[in-house]
Write a protein that binds this ligand. Sequence first.
Ligand code: NAI
Ligand code: COI
Ligand code: MG
Length: 354
Amino acid sequence: MSSTKTYHIAVLPGDGIGPEVTAEACRVLEAIAPSMKGVDFKFSEHSVGAGEFLKSGNPLPEEAFDACRQADAVLLGAMGLPNVRWPDGREMTPQIDIRERLDLYAGPRPIYLFSAEDSPLKGYEAGSIDFVIVRENTEGLFTARGATQAADGSEACDVLKLTRKGCERICRYAFELAMKRRKKCTLVDKANVLPSMVFFRKIFYEVAADFPEVETECVYVDAAALFFVQRPETYDVLVTENMYGDILSDLAAGLVGGMGIAPSGDLGTDCAVFQPSHGTAPDIAGQGKANPLATILSAAMMLEWLDHPETIKAGERIREAVKAALLDPTKRTGDMGGRLSTREMGDLILSHLD
Ligand SMILES: NC(=O)C1=CN([C@@H]2O[C@H](COP(=O)(O)OP(=O)(O)OC[C@H]3O[C@@H](n4cnc5c(N)ncnc54)[C@H](O)[C@@H]3O)[C@@H](O)[C@H]2O)C=CC1
Ligand SMILES: CC(C)CC(=O)C(=O)O
Ligand SMILES: [Mg+2]
């Protein structure tokens, strides 16, 4: 007797272009589901973000958070709007709260050049830029949110904190990933200046000792920004602090076509969120212009992470469909120089799934 495994996916469309891009990713998941033997999906949708804050006063209602905790995986659009802020001036960042509360410490952000014409760099063929930034997601400078500001308004201070546990597990994740790829792991730090980064580097080499096959190197974060542009082909897996990873992942997305094609995962031990690396793009929201590929590729990462032979195959099929769709350089959304709408790009990917 065969039984069907039902995966519960919590969908958090969020703000701005979030609902537009998650709709396309869900269409792709629904289209691919019938081809998976013994697997299906149950989706539940939950309101979070700046819009939810304006309605209920809470950008992350407990019902939505519980749904994330209980789901097999979470698919998120993007959250936050620049004009919706806490009284202290910060934006709503429930995505960071979810990462911290569910301990989703590993943030893989794959950077892959699907088609030569999408790179602003000269001489790079499809597949020649192919690396993963592994962002530490639960420590570093972002944990300082809501930290200190002097009462007299004369200064403000954010603390960058790293722990041994946090550094060890993110380095271990990065080395294990490198073992499945081209066996090179680069630590991006600022160990010429900050004691926290000297600490990170020490732990990086301790963990490296368990992976003698992996080539190691350390690069300062400012130099990494330069080398990404000058010789991105030399990187495989890079591991770095939370905010460095945030900044470098936008820079790296720019090497392969922009934010519209940059997926990400936020992984814990038994819980994970998948979302595009981009934000809510208020400048194009509601106009059908958003590129859904980053979210569709994040959905493919989710299928691979679910780690069932059928979902792994389906994730690979989605990536192949994106690859095939981008072979025609006239088929792009506006951010990548084309004329397709969000829905038309979704339709194009569906047509390549057949
Ligand atoms: N994970 C999340 O939910 C994130 C949320 N945000 C929030 O999003 C809002 C906007 O932030 P920005 O700094 O403008 O970053 P953004 O990533 O939303 O936009 C930067 C630029 O990229 C373009 N862009 C982004 N995604 C695109 C897509 N799928 N298709 C086509 N073009 C796309 C935008 O139009 C804009 O020109 C802010 O409120 C910010 O806090 C920002 C980054 C991540
Ligand atoms: C709210 C932001 C810090 C989130 C972000 O930029 C990201 O996750 O890449
Ligand atoms: Mg970011």
